[in-house]
Design a protein around this ligand. Structure first.
Ligand SMILES: N[C@@H](CCC(=O)N[C@@H](CS)C(=O)NCC(=O)O)C(=O)O
Length: 260
């Protein structure tokens, strides 16, 4: 909804997570759970540009999400939701929010073709998120399904990103939201689930290096350090995160047994 009197137009009630970023005049507020998973595609754009972003508290997020669609400031199924006070706009759907923010922060590609390719990369990212969390945790991982995901689908996805890098869709001298998105996907995956770092290195060494480079950018690094200090290696949360970790632990035991 674009309009003055959104039900949440008085702003987040609970204490913002990132006090250092917050002020009463902060233009943008992000509503997301206290996990990086999809929200970091938005917050890392701000962090990369060292631009202020207020983070709503989890209770505000839950309250907004629980409302009937007609009473939500934008009708949505799940966060992230971005509030742009200046434009009087609430926006849901990560792939809609990211290019909107990227225009403001000058992380938007310059030509229509590059714009479309950046969106392609972002949608690839969103597909991988959906696959690793087994369609929003609709079912838990079984060893068979995980073996096929880690052994086939995930390597294929990593190779797709490597090929996108080779073709210049990402990794150019003018980083855009596709680059930050790639980092939000694989930089976060390998930080929170470090067992998968070797997979990325093996199947997408260039993407691994790109993530290292983007992650070393000082303001983004500061933001991530703060995120890690507060939330540790929490990834997508809930039972599905526990299921992923159980599969990784079992893979580790298998590898140890093979080495023995
Ligand atoms: N397609 C949406 C997905 C949003 C989504 O699934 N959000 C998750 C958190 S990452 C959630 O909390 N979903 C709650 C639900 O689906 O009920 C997007 O890309 O933003």
């Amino acid at each position: 909804m674009r309009g003055e009197a959104g039900p949440a137009s008085t702003g987040p009630k609970s204490k913002p997570k990132w006090d250092g970023f917050m002020s009463v005049t902060t233009r943008f507020t992000l509503y997301y759970w206290p996990i990086p998973f999809r929200g970091c595609f938005v917050s890392y754009l701000f962090a990369y540009r060292d631009h202020p972003l207020a983070m709503a508290g989890a209770d505000d997020v839950a309250e907004l999400r629980a409302r009937p669609p007609g009473e939500q400031p934008v009708p949505f199924i799940g966060p992230p939701v971005l509030w742009d006070r200046e434009a009087n706009l609430y926006l849901s759907q990560m792939p809609a929010i990211v290019p909107y923010v990227a225009r403001v922060l000058e992380l938007f590609p310059k030509t229509p073709a590059d714009e479309a390719l950046a969106m392609k990369v972002l949608m690839d990212c969103n597909d991988v998120l959906m696959e690793i969390c087994n369609y929003n945790g609709s079912k838990m991982w079984t060893p068979e399904a995980w073996r096929s995901f880690r052994g086939e689908r995930l390597p294929r996805w990593m190779q797709i990103f490597e090929s996108s890098l080779d073709r210049g869709f990402i990794g150019t001298d003018a980083p855009h939201y596709g680059d930050i998105g790639t980092f939000a996907l694989f930089g976060t995956m390998t930080r929170c689930l470090p067992e998968l770092a070797a997979d990325l290195k093996a199947h997408a060494p260039g993407v691994f290096d790109l993530c290292e480079r983007i992650g070393a950018q000082p303001s983004l690094k500061r933001f991530r350090d703060a995120e890690e200090a507060e939330f540790g290696q929490r990834y997508c949360g809930g039972q599905i995160e526990a299921s992923i970790r159980a599969m990784l632990a079992a893979d580790g035991l298998g590898a140890a047994a093979e080495r023995a």
